[in-house]
Design a protein around this ligand. Structure first.
Ligand code: SAM
Length: 327
């Protein structure tokens, strides 16, 4: 069992399988990313991803989420999904949705039940402004395809003040007709993403806006869930808020991360990374390294955040960009 100094049991691993992405979302990619950017990092091979996953499963991991970059741009994503489906874990994936139609059969065959699709706007132009790509229709079609094929579909929307906060009611209106589970995420700071406290559209602001237009009820919180869930009675879907910035949920965190270059992070905001890939390639036993990394986990937010979020200096936070960590 993977237990940290604070008694938190970690049974959920997010594996980034690439740091490349076909979209250029402003909050995720470093703003100064050059055209044709290629990080050039040493990536885990399919066999190494499987080996890492099997070692984590031996240590008590029960759920694995594949992420990136965009996981479905990796050429051998199919093989990775197939190989990991053989392990006794809940396998799941976070994607921008653009290539879902090419993988839907692989998802089914691998026993994936729930897929997270990122979508920050229901407006084609705003979608383009945020992502830099004209893929709105394809993403919407693929969300419908997932629903048709009976997947549980969660929609991740990063809400940035002045960019898409006004769209929150429209997203909720969508849940009236379609069984989608929309999660509004507070904007988080990462290297090069031009974050400032003033751009956060907070959990409280979201609830105020929503309650001016909808009557809704709170759904019970599940253990280690990041999302606070709500339902408008009679609607087919639900909505939720992921309040990482204004009401973090570190006290029962169960998450660990592995970057595409094989570094373990004990928190999304951890300064330190543990190089598991080099150790694996050197033939070392990585189980003690996993435990050591977990033992160093801070109580909250990688130990890097101040209480005054609104005025926090994001440049003082030592971390990679989100595309590079794996969201
Ligand atoms: N490409 C995939 C996708 O689009 O879902 C997976 C990777 S993406 C980094 C994973 C999630 O991180 C997405 O839902 C994205 O919206 C979220 N994310 C990225 N940067 C963020 C930020 N600065 N604040 C909040 N969420 C962020």
């Amino acid at each position: 069992m993977l237990k940290d100094r604070f008694g938190r049991i970690h049974d959920y691993l997010r594996i980034s399988i690439t740091d490349k992405c076909n979209l250029r979302c402003t909050y995720c990619n470093p703003v100064d990313l050059p055209k044709g950017y290629f990080s050039g990092c040493t990536k885990m091979t399919v066999a190494e991803i499987e080996k890492m996953a099997s070692l984590f499963v031996q240590q008590g991991i029960k759920k694995i989420r594949l992420t990136g970059g965009e996981p479905l741009v990796r050429k051998d994503a199919r093989e990775i999904i197939e190989r990991l489906s053989k392990y006794p874990v809940e396998l799941t994936i976070t994607t921008n949705g653009v290539f879902v139609h090419e993988y839907i059969d692989v998802f089914k065959a691998a026993g994936i039940k729930s897929v997270n699709v990122s979508l920050d706007s229901l407006n084609k132009k705003t979608f383009f402004d945020i992502t830099g790509r004209n893929e709105f229709e394809r993403v919407m079609q693929n969300i419908e395809l997932l629903l048709e094929k009976d997947f549980y579909v969660k929609i991740n929307s990063v809400i940035i003040k002045g960019i898409n906060d006004e769209e929150i009611p429209r997203f909720i209106e969508w849940t009236k007709y379609r069984p989608v589970h929309v999660r509004f995420i507070e904007f988080m700071p990462f290297a090069g993403n031009d974050w400032s406290g003033g751009k956060i559209f907070s959990y409280q602001e979201m609830l105020k806006l929503i309650s001016s237009q909808f009557d809704f009820i709170k759904l019970p919180d599940e253990k280690s869930q990041t999302a606070k869930k709500y339902l408008v009675p009679g609607y087919k879907g639900t909505f939720a808020v992921i309040s990482t910035m204004t009401q973090p949920f570190c006290s029962d965190c169960n998450r660990l991360r592995l970057t595409t270059d094989g570094k373990m992070k004990n928190c999304l905001f951890s300064k330190k990374e543990t190089d598991l890939l080099s150790a694996l390639r050197a033939g070392e036993d990585i189980a003690p390294l996993i435990r050591q990394c977990l033992f160093q986990k801070e109580e909250a937010m990688g130990g890097q955040f101040t209480d005054d979020i609104e005025n926090m200096d994001a440049s003082a936070i030592q971390n990679r960009s989100m595309i590079n960590i794996g969201g």
